[in-house]
Write a protein that binds this ligand. Structure first.
Ligand SMILES: *Cc1c(COP(=O)(O)O)cnc(C)c1O
Length: 340
């Protein structure tokens, strides 16, 4: 199969449910993928009440399909909804609708290792009105897009630029919510990174501009011999499902896992051998260089620890090893060959 890239094409169906303040949530439906009609007065278009999620379905060795930790994404969707004063979905609806969509569009789940079907649930305020308040009507939708390996030509290290011009999040803000506005606000920093010849922006804390937070769409980790060090999920960073999973797998593999604030200066002192970013889309992306107004740091291009953790996680996701933590949720499909 040709490598599908990322987010380029969509499957035949989507899930749609609508919410009204008095009627509650409608029964979610799987319908043909099509444009959705919203009023130009929809509150979400004006004031940014919009949250989303990202998770993947993986082809399994028996031909079946499994979702990776959808309940963790469901819990985060609730957290994001709470933060943006949006209604939660009924319990179980998030995972059930993801399963339903994959069942309908199972033929789009690639069978090539490193490829998967990316699911994108969203919720947006649709009530037509002006005035800054929580909307009374919302649209929930799930779309799906076949995803290639993040590095089709082989794993390549990222270069990141540490911006001191912009900040992503502050305690009490929306940093821990997966909301569209966080991404909109990150684009100017991405442009700054591009100007410096770097791939992505690395965020520092908003108060001291000293403590490393994360990238715009990925968490960040550092390796010093048998230690994995990552900033704590204390309210300003997005608590990634990949982050959580890698920390668990690292413990399983005998690494010492430390969640603590990391000062940017530690990188310049050569305290770490490896740096990598992690998130659903890329799984693990090694970081080769960190450039900042205060100094630069280089790391192993593609470090052995990053690669080992990447393999360990993909082995679980693609069903090659025992799913000892119960992370896979099987999708009832017609393709699975019953094991004998
Ligand atoms: C989605 C996201 C991540 C990664 O989360 P995963 O659940 O691992 O995909 C990290 N940081 C930000 C800012 C994000 O939006």
């Amino acid at each position: 199969m040709r490598d599908p890239g990322f987010g380029q094409s969509f499957t035949d169906h989507m899930v749609v449910a609508r919410y009204g303040a008095t009627s509650g949530w409608s029964e979610p439906e799987v319908v043909p993928f099509a444009e959705v009609r919203v009023s130009p007065a929809a509150l979400g278009l004006h004031y940014g009440q919009e949250i989303f999620e990202g998770l993947k379905a993986y082809r399994q060795p028996d031909g079946g399909v499994a979702l990776f930790r959808p309940d963790a994404n469901a819990a985060r969707f609730d957290l994001s909804a709470d933060r943006l004063a949006m209604p939660r979905l009924p319990d179980g609806t998030f995972t059930a609708t993801c399963i339903d969509l994959v069942r309908h569009d199972e033929s789009f789940v690639p069978s090539v290792s490193g490829q998967s079907l990316y699911l994108r649930p969203i919720m947006v305020a649709t009530e037509a009105a002006l005035g800054v308040r929580a909307a009374q009507q919302y649209l929930y939708a799930v779309i799906a897009s076949p995803a290639g390996s993040y590095f089709p030509g082989g794993v390549r290290p990222l270069s990141v630029w540490t911006t001191e011009t912009y900040v992503r999040a502050v305690a009490g803000g929306t940093g821990a919510a997966k909301c569209a506005g966080n991404y909109a606000a990150s684009l100017a920093a991405k442009a700054e990174a591009t100007e410096r010849g770097c791939d992505e922006a690395l965020w520092l804390d908003a108060i001291e501009r000293r403590w490393i937070e994360e990238l715009s769409g990925m968490n960040v980790m550092f390796v010093a011999s048998k230690q994995i060090v990552t900033p704590p999920a204390g309210g300003t960073i997005l608590d990634g499902v990949t982050r959580k999973s890698i920390l668990q797998l690292a413990r399983d593999l005998g690494f010492d896992v430390v969640e603590r604030p990391i000062a940017i200066d530690e990188l310049f002192d050569g305290a770490f051998d490896e740096a990598f970013a992690c998130g659903t889309a890329a799984v693990i992306a090694p970081i080769g260089t960190v450039t900042s107004p205060r100094g630069d740091a280089t790391f192993a291009d593609v470090g052995p620890v990053a690669l080992a953790l990447r393999d360990a996680l993909l082995d679980v996701q693609e069903g090659r090893t025992d799913d000892r933590h119960g992370w896979l949720v099987r999708v009832p499909t017609t393709s699975a060959v019953p094991s004998t």
